[in-house]
Design a protein around this ligand. Structure first.
Ligand SMILES: Nc1ncnc2c1ncn2[C@@H]1O[C@H](COP(=O)(O)OP(=O)(O)OP(=O)(O)O)[C@@H](O)[C@H]1O
Ligand SMILES: [Mg+2]
Length: 268
C-alpha cells in the first residue's frame, strides 16, 4: 500500500470502493432447461457493469446467483477472491419495487439495511448520511404511503447501501418509474456512487440507461450453438459521466446494442 494512502487519516472513515467481482464458467439450468452457460466476467472494484438481454435471458437469475440467493449449476462467483457460497453479507440487492415496510418511517426502513454491531450514535449518523445522499433528510419521519414512487425507490437504494456492501446488485431499479423520474434517478445513482463508490451490476431493459450509467455493458443472449444465454456482447462505454446523450459515439453504441438485442431500430 502506498504511503499516500496510509497517511491520509480521512481515508480510514471513508467507505471502501467495493471489491472486485469474478465470475468463472457460470452456468444455471433448471432441469433440462439451460438458462445460463459459460459466463466469464471480471468486474473491477468500483466499476459499474450494466446487463441487457431480452426477457427470460437470465438476467435476474445471474444477479441472484451473484448474491448467493440461488446456486449456479456450474462455475463459481468470487468477491475479492473469496467464493460466494450462500446469501452473502458482502452483497446488497435492490429490486424493481422498493419493498419497504409500510408501518416504518423512511429512516427506519433505511436502518433495516444497517449491519449489526454499530453503536447507537454510529447508526444515527449513518442514517443521516444516507438520507442526505438520497435527498430525503426532510422526509425521514414519513411513512412509505406518504412519499412518491421515486422517493420510495431512493429509500430502497439507501437501505441497500446502508451496510456499505462490496457489491451492489440492482435489478431494473427504475423500471417502474415514469420517464422523468427515471432520468432523475439515474443522475442520483451517479452522484451516490460518486460519493460512495461500489462495484455494481445493474440489470436494465433500457439501452440508454445502460449507456448513461455503465463503464461496460454486457448483453446476455445466445452464443454459438450452445443452449442457454452467455455473454453475447460486451462493450466499453467511453467518456466521463454524465454523458452527452446525443453524442455520435453513444448513437453508434446504441445501434450496436439494439442489433445485439434483435431490435430493428428503423422500425420506430
Ligand atoms: N426457480 C426457477 N425454476 C425454473 N425456471 C426458472 C426459475 N427461475 C428462473 N427460471 C427460468 O429462467 C429463465 C430466465 O429467467 P430470469 O428471470 O432470469 O430472466 P430475466 O432475463 O430476468 O427476464 P426479465 O427481463 O423478464 O426479468 C426463464 O426462462 C425462467 O422461466
Ligand atoms: Mg428479471
Amino acid at each position: 500500500m502506498s504511503a499516500a494512502l496510509t497517511d491520509a487519516p480521512a481515508e480510514a472513515s471513508r467507505p471502501t470502493p467495493g471489491a472486485p467481482l469474478r465470475l468463472r464458467g457460470l452456468g444455471r439450468s433448471f432441469g433440462e432447461h439451460v438458462v445460463l452457460q459459460g459466463i466469464d466476467l471480471d468486474v473491477a472494484a468500483g466499476e459499474l457493469v450494466a446487463i441487457l438481454g431480452s426477457s427470460g435471458s437470465g438476467k435476474s437469475t445471474l444477479l441472484r446467483i451473484v448474491g448467493g440467493l440461488d446456486a449456479a449449476t456450474s462455475g463459481e462467483v468470487a468477491i475479492d477472491g473469496e467464493p460466494v457460497t450462500g446469501i452473502d453479507p458482502r452483497v446488497a440487492i435492490g429490486f424493481q419495487e422498493p419493498r419497504l415496510l409500510p408501518w416504518r418511517s423512511v429512516a427506519d426502513n433505511i436502518a433495516l439495511g444497517l449491519p449489526a454491531g454499530l453503536s447507537r450514535p454510529e447508526r444515527a449518523s449513518r442514517i443521516q448520511e444516507l438520507l442526505r445522499l438520497i435527498g430525503l433528510t426532510d422526509f425521514a419521519g414519513h411513512r412509505p404511503r406518504q412519499i412518491s414512487g421515486g422517493m420510495a425507490q431512493r429509500t430502497s437504494l439507501a437501505r441497500a447501501l446502508a451496510r456499505r456492501p462490496d457489491v451492489l446488485l440492482l435489478d431494473e431499479p427504475f423500471g417502474a418509474l415514469d420517464a422523468l423520474t427515471r432520468l432523475r434517478m439515474q443522475d442520483l445513482l451517479l452522484s451516490v456512487l460518486d460519493e460512495a463508490p461500489t462495484t455494481t451490476l445493474l440489470v436494465t431493459h433500457d439501452v440508454d440507461e445502460a449507456l448513461q450509467l455503465a463503464d461496460r455493458v454486457i448483453v446476455l443472449g445466445p452464443t454459438g450453438d450452445a443452449p442457454g444465454a452467455g455473454i453475447q456482447q460486451l462493450l466499453v462505454v467511453p467518456g466521463d459521466r454524465p454523458r452527452d446523450r446525443g453524442s455520435a459515439e453513444l448513437a453508434r453504441l446504441r445501434a450496436e446494442l439494439l442489433d445485439a438485442l434483435g431490435i430493428d431500430r428503423h422500425a420506430h
